[in-house]
Design a protein around this ligand. Structure first.
Ligand SMILES: *Cc1c(COP(=O)(O)O)cnc(C)c1O
Length: 398
């Protein structure tokens, strides 16, 4: 096997971490659907628990099928290690349980996925962790917010749901210049490693909802964390093992590896379709404002060009007539599904204020720049003419 660093991304998504099946020569990694593993002797069991001998113990601590998936995603993100979880929230919460203790301080961007926001705002604060929500798209706000207790800086870029973009390198540089021990955590769910690699730009930790583009087929809930071997060992043996227990099942690991094989070509089509849908929306007089990193009018378009390969397939927009007109548009879609989640083959449409971001109260929504009428689209892999025709027929009904 060639060294990972010599391989292209599409090749890594198919081959990285592959282990040769010495028993039967299986091409695809088998599903080791087992909770526990047998030891040859008490001495061996003891050594495995003490970390003195490699080998499996119990699937909450690791599983051969999941091991290959983890090695593969680590190769895609360019990190030493990766740990998978049974959901994106399992991954994110395990990271903060690992990093923080009572008295710790977190700087979070003010626009986050609804449950990440709720975990930090209503969860961590119960345990003596102080969280400041600021707009990290202006790095001056970071400089003001950092303090000696700051243990982590966390953001999404592009952010869910309004596609706000944050300068990853600047955030990492400022945080580490202030204190090199601060963990800079980037949620890379919207971009995927195909479009953006936060570790190469200076971040310490990448988190994903693998439910979305990484799996890409709408049939799994999963998450992962990528970073150094040292940090990920802590995340696995404390955050995952003891605090959340949010362990991925081997069957889901198999499905995600199956999805990953086409990640690179899926992203290519996703991005092309999104560009064409944006072009259509720009010509539609009922669309008031479009949020898409590929538009020149996007407030951070220059940073987008610097840190992303292309623009992704998430679009948000406002319909003239506000929330009611938006709801009518969504209710009348025929091909596109009115569903939360994203990154699937199916085009999905939803209303963040009442759905994915309903954990925000009205005031927090306004603060996070998520308008009441915002509509979010995850552009799928259908023929773009059919997606556009569906929007067109539905727009006619409002
Ligand atoms: C969906 C999502 C999550 C949560 O992931 P789950 O797999 O649903 O737990 C976290 N961050 C972002 C940006 C998301 O879109």
């Amino acid at each position: 096997m060639m060294k990972n660093k010599d391989l292209g991304l599409a090749t890594k998504a198919i081959h990285a971490g592959t282990k040769r099946d010495l028993q039967y020569g299986s091409l695809v990694m088998p599903i080791y659907q087992t909770s526990t593993f047998m030891f040859d002797s008490c001495e061996q069991g003891g050594k495995r628990f003490a970390g003195e001998e490699q080998g499996h113990i119990y699937t909450r601590l690791g599983n051969p099928t999941t091991d290959v998936l983890e090695a593969r995603v680590a190769a895609l993100e360019g990190t030493e290690a990766c740990v998978f979880f049974s959901s994106g929230m399992g991954a994110i919460s395990s990271v903060f349980w690992t990093i923080c203790k009572s008295g710790s301080h977190i700087v979070a961007d003010k626009t986050l996925y609804g449950c990440t926001f709720s975990f930090l705002k209503h969860g961590m604060t119960r345990y003596g962790v102080d969280v400041d929500f600021v707009d990290l798209s202006d790095t001056k706000n970071l400089e003001k917010a950092l303090k000696k207790e700051t243990a982590a800086v966390v953001f999404e870029t592009p952010a869910n749901p309004n596609l706000k973009v944050i300068d990853i390198k600047k955030i990492a540089d400022i945080s580490h210049a202030f204190n090199k021990n601060i963990k800079v955590v980037c949620d890379n769910t919207f971009a995927t490693p195909v479009l953006q690699q936060p570790i190469a730009l200076g971040c310490d930790v990448v988190v994903h909802s693998a439910t979305k583009f990484l799996n890409g087929h709408g049939d799994v809930i999963a998450g992962c964390v990528c970073g150094t071997k040292e940090f990920l060992t802590e995340v696995r043996l404390f955050g995952l093992k003891d605090m959340t227990g949010a362990v991925l099942g081997p069957f889901e690991a198999f499905l995600i590896m199956r999805g990953l094989k086409t990640l690179d070509i899926r992203m290519e089509r996703h991005c092309l379709n999104a560009l064409k849908l944006v072009e259509y929306l720009q010509t539609n007089k009922k669309v008031e404002k479009i949020y898409f990193p590929g538009l020149k009018e996007h407030p951070n378009h220059e940073i987008v060009k610097k840190q992303m390969k292309t623009f992704g397939s998430m679009i948000a927009f406002e319909v003239s007539g506000g929330r009611q007109a938006g709801a009518k548009l969504l209710d009348n879609m025929k091909l596109c599904s009115l569903s939360v989640s994203l990154g699937d083959a199916e085009t999905l449409v939803q209303h963040p204020a009442s759905m994915t971001h309903s954990t925000y109260d009205a005031e927090s929504l306004a603060l996070a720049d998520i308008s009441e009428g915002l509509v979010r689209v995850s552009v799928g892999l259908e023929n773009i003419e059919d997606i556009i025709a569906d929007f067109e027929q539905s727009f006619k009904k409002i």
